[in-house]
Design a binder for this molecule. Structure first.
Ligand code: SF4
Length: 351
């Protein structure tokens, strides 16, 4: 991924995180997306979340596929590992990276075209394997990079910029991920940084596959009156059901809540999530009821946002396969190779 390099001038007054880094250390190249594209706001939220968490940039591996969204890893974390895979194939590459080095923070950025059409099978298997990564879908309902054709997330009745009307039912990545056994499923809006930043932090700390579907309007091809993925429509129809506060491990809880208003969740690394119900009848721990709730609002044309489902009890891919705690890429050859005798015994089992 090539991009225009930003000057690295750091203002003296910029605050520093626990690693002594400023927010500038989490930025990347200059964005070449259209001015006003929602994806740039998602980039800003990712930068903010990683800076506040104090994640070492060299321990992050950015993964993407093809599309406007998949260009965005060039615009943040210029000092991290990065792999721009072919269309829809990012989950396979991420699975390999997760298998080889469990100490990396894997951060995938994809789009509705990349994840819900050509990459749908890849996405589905990444969810069911519970790969330890955060997977952000920048969802705008169109293929922006190829001039605005409908994607699989476009709603029935949505009109394209040139007038044609979509007749096909949409694929909702949130309901799909929940049906496939997803352990952390959230939805947000690129224009709501207050909601998005804590969700990204929580997704990074979740031990397993954390998918965040971010409605991220395409200002060039899908931000008009008859679009259900425009800034105006999303602002008017989004319905937050759960407000999330992320408290890093060892930090003091400074948010004041009345008893019974908040559900605390302890994450694997000791961080805490405080889920405050905005909607009384929503339960982020009941998969079936949550899907039904999302569908009910979908039928009314409303978009339900927040951390919609979480389960911290399920093991991730390494837990399921009981792999060693040491990253596989650091194991000595002698530990990786069982030896001639054991290999022969293993092969005998398949004869
Ligand atoms: Fe963003 Fe749309 Fe422009 Fe692509 S075409 S950069 S999605 S506004």
């Amino acid at each position: 991924m090539t991009s225009i390099v930003k000057p690295t001038i750091v203002h003296r007054g910029l605050s520093r995180n626990k690693l002594g880094l400023t927010i500038r250390d989490y930025e990347g190249g200059m964005s070449t997306l259209c001015a006003g594209c929602g994806h740039d706001s998602v980039t800003a939220a990712i930068v903010q979340a990683l800076f506040e968490l104090g994640v070492p940039p060299h321990r992050v591996a950015k993964m993407s596929g093809i599309g406007c969204s998949s260009k965005t890893p060039a615009y943040f974390l210029g000092a991290s590992h990065s792999f721009n895979a072919v269309h829809g194939r990012m989950p396979s590459i991420a699975t390999g990276a997760a298998a080889a080095n469990r100490e990396l923070y894997l951060l995938g950025v994809s789009g509705d075209g990349d994840s819900l059409s050509i990459g749908l099978g890849q996405f589905a298997h990444a969810v069911r394997r519970n790969i330890d990564m955060i997977y952000i879908i920048e969802n705008n309902g169109v293929y922006g990079l190829t001039k605005g054709q409908f994607s699989a997330s476009a709603d029935i009745g949505t009109a394209a910029k040139r007038g044609e009307v979509n007749q096909q039912p949409p694929i909702d990545p949130v309901q799909l991920a929940m049906a496939l056994g997803g352990t952390f499923v959230a939805r947000s809006f690129s224009g709501d940084k207050d909601q998005l930043v804590p969700l990204i932090k929580a997704g990074i700390r979740h031990e397993g596959f954390a998918v965040i579907d971010v409605l991220s309007p395409c200002v060039t091809f899908n931000d008009h009156e008859s679009s259900t993925k425009s800034y105006a429509y999303t602002r008017e129809h989004s319905h937050q059901v759960v407000h999330t506060d992320f408290i890093p491990s060892a930090a003091e809880i400074k948010v004041a809540y009345d008893e019974g208003e908040v559900v605390p969740i302890r994450m694997h690394d000791g961080s805490r999530l405080l889920l405050r119900k905005v909607s009384e009848d929503y339960n982020a721990h009941n998969r079936g009821a949550a899907i039904e709730y999302i569908r009910t609002y979908q039928r009314k044309g409303e978009v339900v946002t927040g951390l919609l489902y979480i389960d911290e009890s399920e093991p991730d891919m390494h837990g399921i396969n009981t792999t060693t705690g040491m990253p596989l890429n650091q194991l000595e050859f002698g530990s990786l190779c069982p030896g001639e005798k054991d290999l022969a015994a293993l092969q005998d089992r398949y004869r």
